[in-house]
Design a protein around this ligand. Structure first.
Ligand SMILES: NC(=O)c1ccc[n+]([C@@H]2O[C@H](COP(=O)([O-])OP(=O)(O)OC[C@H]3O[C@@H](n4cnc5c(N)ncnc54)[C@H](O)[C@@H]3O)[C@@H](O)[C@H]2O)c1
Length: 252
């Protein structure tokens, strides 16, 4: 899986799965740039990676706001050139009651978990179309197919991410731009830990259903993303790769 010389842009790259994707793509030879809403973590991560000899850049952005995302994208492109591969990874959880949730909460959440996926595509596609080559990987979730009580906005957003992935695959395939989704299962990141901290009974409950008797590591998601970004996946388009240790195969 070779990404030599390619500019890979990752959203939400300062922590969790995004940070693992940043590292894995760098190890595959890419010049990787990333944005994140957490500036301190982003700066610290870029300093640590640079000290290890990697060519990496960071810019602060809130992917839920187009202007903020555009400013970061433009800064990073001015340093590394047009984006060859983009990873829409930034996302947050939403546990909500369908009666209690407000329009404002819904809109803010959807701006981050769904609309930003379109916004990133809007920013990177012109250069990819001109180059007649590109790869976009959208991090969805097994929640797009099978979900959990009180997760309705998250399941809706992640289903939307897969629908958007299918459509971009049709719209841009003839331009040699491939768009795919990756749907992780339980992956040990700060996002999952925050959920377990809030609802401690969920930790044991979630562990009990794991077919491989463990949860996933961020690096195990990142490997699949790097594959999809690379030419090794040259005929993979419009797919949703489930990386969940077999959880989706479980009936109950
Ligand atoms: N961890 C899991 O079990 C799991 C399972 C399925 C899908 N996912 C998805 O994987 C992706 C990454 O999740 P994670 O577990 O690594 O989360 P995480 O919270 O551990 O890390 C997410 C990163 O995104 C950044 N971020 C959050 N909101 C942002 C915004 N508005 N703009 C820019 N950056 C922002 C955070 O600062 C953080 O660095 C998400 O899309 C999530 O829905 C995670």
């Amino acid at each position: 899986m070779n990404l030599n010389g390619q500019h890979i842009f990752v959203t939400g790259g300062a922590d969790g799965i995004g940070a693992a994707i940043v590292l894995d793509t760098l190890q595959a030879g890419a010049r990787t740039s990333f944005c994140d809403i957490n500036e301190a973590k982003g700066q610290a991560y870029v300093a640590a990676l640079t000290s290890q000899g990697f060519d990496v850049r960071f810019a602060k952005a809130d992917v839920g706001q187009f202007e903020s995302l555009k400013i970061a994208h433009d800064i990073l492109v001015s340093e590394f050139g047009p984006v060859n591969g983009a990873v829409n990874n930034a996302g947050v959880n939403s546990n909500a009651d369908p009666v209690e949730m407000t329009d404002d909460e819904w809109n803010k959440f959807m701006n981050v978990d769904l609309k930003s996926v379109w916004h990133t595509a809007k920013l990177v596609l012109p250069a990819m179309r001109a180059a007649k080559k590109g790869s976009i990987v959208n991090i969805a979730s097994i929640h797009a197919r099978m979900t959990y009580p009180k997760y309705f906005p998250y399941a809706a957003a992640k289903s939307g991410v897969i629908g958007l992935t299918h459509n971009l695959a049709l719209d841009e395939g003839a331009n040699n731009i491939r768009t795919n989704a990756v749907s992780p299962g339980y992956t040990l990141t700060p996002l999952l830990q925050e959920w377990f901290d809030r609802l401690p009974e969920k930790a044991a409950e979630s562990m009990a259903v794991q077919p491989m008797a463990r949860m996933g590591e961020p690096s195990e998601i990142a490997k699949v993303v790097t594959f999809l970004l690379s030419d090794a996946a040259s005929f993979v388009n419009g797919a949703d790769w489930i990386v969940d240790g077999g959880l989706h195969a479980r009936f109950a």
